[in-house]
Design a binder for this molecule. Structure first.
Ligand code: TXA
Ligand code: MG
Length: 324
C-alpha cells in the first residue's frame, strides 16, 4: 500500500487535514501521529479488524496489548469498567501527559486490544496534533509506538516511514517529539500502584501523588507487561553499554579489532545532553542515525544509576539486549 505523508503544524494543525485523518481512523485505516513521547500508530480501538491490522503492520505478537488513547480524562468511562481513586489522582496530576494507567477494561473494548486480558491501558496525550486527531475521531484510538516490533521507537515522521512505510495508510508529520521516550506505565488494579514501564513521569513524581509505588510486575501474577520483554527498543547494530571510564579504551580496542564503532557519550564533542529529559528527547534520533551508518558496534556510556535517569537506563538496557 502507499503510505501518505501529510505535514501539519505541531501546535495548531490544519483542521481540514485532521478531519480527513479522523475519517480514515473511523474507517479502520492506520494513521501514525505525533505524541509528546513518540509517534503512535493509531487505529480505531473499537474495530477488531483495524486492530489486527496494527499487529500485522508492526509484526507484533498478539499477546502484547495496546494502549488506548482518549482526548479527555472524562472519556475513560468508554473503555474502563472501573476507575480506582488512585487512577483519578494520577490522571488529575499528570494528564494530559506521558503517563499510561492500567485499569479493568470495559466490555466494549475488543479482546484484540487487550490481548485477551481483563485490563486496558489508557493514556490521554498532551500533544496538540494527538489531541486534535483524537477529538475529531470521536472514538478511542489504540496506538502502539509506530515502529516494527522490537525495533527503535520513532520520534520523527522519517523514522516511521523508514520502519512502516508501505505498511500503513498515513503519517501525520508534526515534527520531532519533545519527550523522546515512551510513556510511564502504571497498573492500579491490584490495590497498589505498580510501575510496569519507567518513563518521564518518574517514581518520585508518582509517589508524591499516591504514596509508595511497587516496582515491576507481580512476580507470580499474569499482569507482567509484555512491553517489558527483555529485548525491545533496539537498533539493528550491536549496542554495548559501557562505563564512562572505559569508553575511550573500549573504542580503541574495537578499532584495533577492525570494528567500526560509534559512540554515544555524556561528555565531550558530539555528546548527548548530560540531563535526563534532554537526553531522552534525543535518544532515539541519535540511535536511528547511528544505526543507519552500517557500523559494527555502538558503544553507549551508561548514565548514572539515579532515579531521574531510570527511564533512559531502562531503554538503553533493552536496546543492548540482543538476541534475547
Ligand atoms: O508513549 C507511549 O506510550 C506511546 C505513545 C504512542 O502513546 N505508545 C507506546 O505503546 O509506547 P507500545 O505499544 O509501544 O507500548 C505499550 C506498553 C507495552 O509495554 C505493553 O505491554 C503495555 O504498554 N501494556 C498495554 N496494555 C497493557 C495492559 N493491559 N496491562 C499491562 N501492560 C500493558
Ligand atoms: Mg513500542
Amino acid at each position: 500500500m502507499d503510505t501518505a505523508l501529510w505535514t501539519v503544524d505541531p501546535t495548531s494543525p490544519d483542521p481540514g487535514a485532521i478531519a480527513r485523518a479522523a475519517v480514515w481512523i473511523r474507517a479502520g485505516r492506520l494513521v501514525a501521529f505525533p505524541t509528546e513521547t513518540v509517534y503512535g500508530l493509531g487505529a480505531n480501538a473499537l474495530d477488531p479488524a483495524a486492530i489486527r491490522g496494527v499487529f500485522r503492520a508492526k509484526g507484533r505478537p498478539a499477546s502484547n496489548p495496546l494502549i488506548v488513547h482518549v482526548p479527555d480524562p472524562a472519556l475513560v468511562v468508554n473503555v474502563a469498567a472501573e476507575w480506582p481513586t488512585t487512577a483519578g489522582r494520577l490522571a488529575k496530576r499528570f494528564w494530559p501527559g506521558p503517563l499510561t494507567i492500567v485499569v479493568p477494561k470495559a466490555s466494549g473494548v475488543p479482546d484484540e486490544v487487550t490481548a485477551g486480558g481483563p485490563t486496558v491501558a489508557v493514556r490521554c496525550p498532551a500533544h496538540p496534533v494527538a489531541q486534535a486527531l483524537l477529538e475529531a475521531a470521536g472514538v478511542p484510538v489504540a496506538a502502539p509506538s509506530a515502529n516494527r516490533s522490537t525495533g527503535l521507537s520513532p520520534t520523527r515522521a522519517e523514522h516511521v516511514l523508514k520502519s512502516l512505510g508501505g505498511r500503513i495508510d498515513l503519517v501525520l508529520d508534526g515534527g520531532p517529539c519533545t519527550g523522546g521516550i515512551e510513556s510511564t506505565v502504571v497498573d492500579v488494579t491490584g490495590g497498589v500502584v505498580r510501575l510496569l514501564r519507567p518513563g518521564l513521569v518518574t517514581v518520585p513524581m508518582l509517589e508524591e501523588v499516591v504514596g509508595t509505588v511497587e516496582i515491576g510486575a507481580k512476580a507470580n501474577g499474569p499482569a507482567r507487561s509484555p512491553g517489558q520483554m527483555e529485548k525491545h527498543y533496539s537498533p539493528r547494530t550491536r549496542l554495548r553499554l559501557v562505563d564512562g571510564n572505559d569508553l575511550v579504551d573500549d573504542f580503541l580496542e574495537a578499532q584495533s579489532a577492525g570494528l567500526r564503532a560509534g559512540v554515544m557519550s555524556l561528555y565531550g564533542p558530539g555528546a548527548l545532553p548530560n540531563e535526563p529529559a534532554a537526553y531522552a528527547t534525543e535518544l532515539y534520533h541519535r540511535l536511528h542515525e547511528l544505526d543507519a551508518q552500517g557500523l559494527d558496534l555502538i558503544l553507549v556510556e551508561l548514565p548514572p544509576d539515579t532515579p531521574d535517569w531510570a527511564a533512559v537506563r531502562d531503554r538503553l538496557t533493552r536496546a543492548a539486549a540482543h538476541g534475547a
